[in-house]
Design a protein around this ligand. Structure first.
Ligand code: PBG
Length: 327
């Protein structure tokens, strides 16, 4: 007679039949770099996450190296913002300088540096594109995104990750990279990116909340799964090398559908709001943080994610190592 419990009888058996695992080499850790000196500002809504000025960045990078996390995703917080987001494509912008710093240090030579390409942290209005009469312009924004991507590649970024959700930006960025000699720099495209309330804490961390309105004219409606497949298809045709789905937990069907339909590495972005909820519940003693985080990350793998961008990465890496040692 069939009995499902036979293979659950002990840890060794359960280990043998376990279908999904999260590995340290699949983690990507987001870092916020801020203009200025001697800054290590805690982000209130994201316990454990800080904004670092360049002189303090090494402290965090040492932890990343020690944890054997292969990649960081950089976000910048500039001193000045303007209508056209010039800080994003300034050769001496905060992210450009952070990349150059990382790439100049021998000890970080194997670290993959991914640069988020968007204008919202750099525009005075907080939107991801140029504005005219309250409208977020698409095609006029594209050259600025391309300029940003090129300046990151010039600074030494290993991968660029456009998160703006303007139509056609992947193709325009690909062409610009190729024309400037960066044919080998991959594009990690935020393709299935929803207009989500789960980004709230990130906007505190990156000072990037829209000054008016919302992002619903460019980010996707959370109700639409079929449309996400069209976004992914477009981006693949335009030259995306990886696809990001974001947020993660309320959108696991999206990850699963992309995985079923396309043969491209998928990255789940376990976003700030998801992190904040786990942290808040853990701080109250309502959940077991370690077990919950590992369950979430494993669930994302099961859904079809190849890699995971997560603010839990440093902790998760420690726990993964621990579990290996004890098993
Ligand atoms: C920039 C960007 C955002 C996030 C990543 N890149 C914010 C937004 O779109 O409003 C969110 C990440 C997170 O919540 O952790 N466009």
């Amino acid at each position: 007679m069939e009995r499902m419990r036979r293979l659950r009888a002990n840890a060794a058996l359960r280990g043998m039949v376990r279908e999904n695992h999260i590995r340290i080499e699949e983690l990507i850790y987001p870092i916020f770099v801020i203009e200025g000196e001697e800054i290590c500002n805690p982000v209130d809504s994201m316990p454990g996450i800080y904004q670092y000025s360049l002189d303090y960045l090494s402290k965090e990078l040492e932890r990343v190296i020690e944890a054997k996390i292969p990649a960081v995703l950089l976000f910048g917080i500039p001193l000045h913002k303007d209508e056209v987001g010039s800080g994003a494509y300034d050769e001496n912008g905060i992210v450009q300088r952070a990349i150059r710093f990382i790439k100049s240090e021998e000890r970080y030579k194997n670290l993959i540096v991914i640069a988020d390409v968007c204008l919202c942290e750099y525009t005075s209005h907080g939107h991801c594109g140029l504005i005219q009469n309250g409208i977020i312009l698409n095609d006029e924004t594209l050259p600025l995104l391309a300029k940003t991507a090129i300046s990151y590649a010039k600074a030494g970024a290993d991968i660029v990750a456009p998160s703006d959700m303007m139509d056609k930006r992947v193709g325009v960025i690909r062409e610009a990279l190729d024309q400037n000699g960066f044919i080998s720099v991959p594009i990690m495209a935020y393709s299935a990116k929803f207009a989500s309330s789960f980004y709230g804490p990130f906007r505190d961390a990156a000072h990037s909340a829209p000054g008016f309105g919302d992002r619903k004219t460019y980010q996707m409606d959370p109700a639409n799964g079929r449309e996400a497949m069209r976004e992914v298809e477009e981006d693949i045709l335009e030259g995306a090398d990886f696809i990001i789905a974001k947020p993660a937990m309320a959108y696991m069907d999206i990850i699963r559908n992309i995985d079923t339909s396309y043969h491209i590495p998928i990255i789940a972005y376990n976003v700030s709001g998801e992190y904040a909820m786990v942290k808040a519940a853990a701080q109250n003693g309502w959940i077991d943080e370690r077990k919950i985080v590992m369950e979430i990350l494993t669930g994302l793998k099961r859904a079809g994610a190849k890699m995971i961008i997560t603010y839990h990465a440093l902790d998760a890496a420690k726990w993964i190592k621990d579990d290996e040692r004890n098993s």
